[in-house]
Design a protein around this ligand. Structure first.
Ligand code: FAD
Ligand code: UDP
Length: 387
């Protein structure tokens, strides 16, 4: 379907209103003082970070799964604080394995509980080292080898193997090692999920951040508009910042890149507190979902329902063409395909490919923001993209 829009004279078009696109739009309006059009095929701004307040419970619902803001990047922290204040939430995750609940990421509490021991940090480190050595992995090449070389086989089999199988449905020896190095391993009782200097949840939710970022007389936002429906109307000298999937842009000519998507089963449960924490992982393959999110725990400072609570059960599966792509799988084959698209992208005139879909990369919000700020300075601010 051809979507008729008046794009005459347009100089800047942003495809996608997630953090990458919204930051660049805000910079173009405030720094360059130029008009910019932001389109998104969805009916809301904010991309996958979007959240809204549920009228019935006053819970903040993260439409695409729990999003916790964390960063050690001073520039990103001061930038995002222009649009919101954060509460003092610190993320801690629990995981259920064979009807017992453990602390995640793996720390001294997890190790002692799992092995039924009472080790101190030095003892635990020595003990886990001996567990690791039993497998003789010298140079870990994939997720399985990497995980075993960090925590030993028993903890890997209990807490990583089943969860990762459900999450990725891919042979664990074909997955890149860096998926697992996202999680720290600690020989102390520090059970924080993230190591960053700054952490919290935006007090009014993520939706409000995007409203504020894009609220500018030079920024127009059009929702429910797909780039591929208006592509032929874009003026030749307009700069396009494209944050959609790179393989789709090039019409899948080298094949599709592998993505995982997630289905959320939403439920409002008639109870004060469903699981006592925001995110509960389910490590075993006997349970079909990977985790349950309970949103009320993200905002202890808010007045929320005492009788109802909103939960999401998260199920992971391979993405098909029209699904929301969540996680790049990044097998060796994917890397080869992406390299070919990247080469084409380099020669594409007047188009900058950005964000997690445009770069086929697993990035957190603060990284998407940092990438956008850098791109604006390096490629857009002084018209460098024209050269
Ligand atoms: P997106 O947010 O995906 O935005 C891209 C936008 O482009 C979308 O709105 C899409 O509709 C639009 N678009 C695509 N194609 C077209 C088209 N053809 N025409 C028009 N519009 C189009 N990060 C954290 O920091 N903390 C977390 O706790 C965290 N949790 C996460 C949990 C899950 C389940 C997932 C999947 C991600 C999580 N992230 C988290 C990562 C975070 O979601 C990303 O960093 C962020 O969304 C990246 O922003 P983006 O702008 O690159 O992409
Ligand atoms: N992971 C796991 N068990 C867990 C939590 C995570 O095996 O209880 C693995 C899994 O492979 C996952 C990866 O660690 O994909 C990264 O976890 P993270 O929580 O960072 O993933 P995200 O929140 O981005 O889905």
């Amino acid at each position: 379907m051809e979507n008729k829009m008046d794009l005459n004279g347009l100089k800047y078009l942003i495809v996608g209103s997630g953090f990458y696109g919204a930051v660049i739009a805000e910079r173009i309006a405030n720094e360059l003082k130029e008009k910019v059009l932001v389109i998104d095929r969805r009916d809301h701004i904010g991309g996958n970070s979007y959240s809204y307040t549920d009228a019935e419970t006053n819970n903040e619902i993260h439409k695409y799964g729990s999003h916790i803001f964390h960063t050690s990047n001073e520039e990103v922290w001061s930038y995002i604080n222009r649009f919101t204040t954060f509460n003092s939430y610190q993320h801690r995750v629990l995981t259920k394995y064979q009807d017992k609940t453990y602390s995640m990421p793996i720390n001294l509490m997890t190790i002692n509980a799992y092995y039924g021991k009472n080790l101190n940090p030095a003892e635990a480190e020595t003990f886990i080292k001996s567990e690791i050595e039993r497998d003789h992995i010298e140079n870990p090449q994939n997720l399985e080898e990497k995980a075993i070389s960090l925590i030993g086989r028993p903890l890997y089999e209990a807490f990583i193997k089943g969860y990762t199988k459900k999450q990725w449905e891919t042979d664990l020896t074909k997955l890149p090692a860096n998926i697992i190095t996202r999680l720290p391993v600690r020989f102390s009782y520090n059970d924080r999920y993230f190591n960053d200097k700054y952490e919290g949840l935006p007090v009014d939710g993520y939706g409000k951040i995007f409203e504020k970022m894009l609220d500018h007389e030079l920024i127009s936002v059009k929702l429910g508009v797909d780039y591929f429906d208006i592509k032929n109307q874009i003026p030749q000298d307009c700069l396009v910042i494209y944050t959609g999937p790179i393989d789709k842009y090039f019409n899948y000519q080298f094949g599709s890149l592998g993505w995982r998507t997630t289905d959320f089963e939403q439920q409002t449960v008639e109870t004060k507190d469903y699981q006592g924490t925001s995110v509960m992982n389910y490590a075993g393959e006997d349970v079909p979902f990977t985790r349950i999110h309970e949103f009320k725990h993200f905002h202890p400072e808010r007045k929320q329902s005492d009788t109802k609570t909103v939960i999401f059960k998260e199920y992971s599966r391979f993405a098909k063409e029209n699904d929301v792509p969540y996680y790049p799988i990044n097998t060796d084959k994917d890397k080869e395909i992406f390299a070919q698209y990247k080469a084409l992208a380099k020669d594409e005139k007047n188009v900058i490919f950005g964000g997690r879909l445009g770069n086929y990369v697993y990035v957190d919000m603060h990284q998407a923001i940092a990438m956008a700020l850098n791109t604006f300075d390096a490629k857009i601010k002084n018209g460098q993209w024209r050269q």
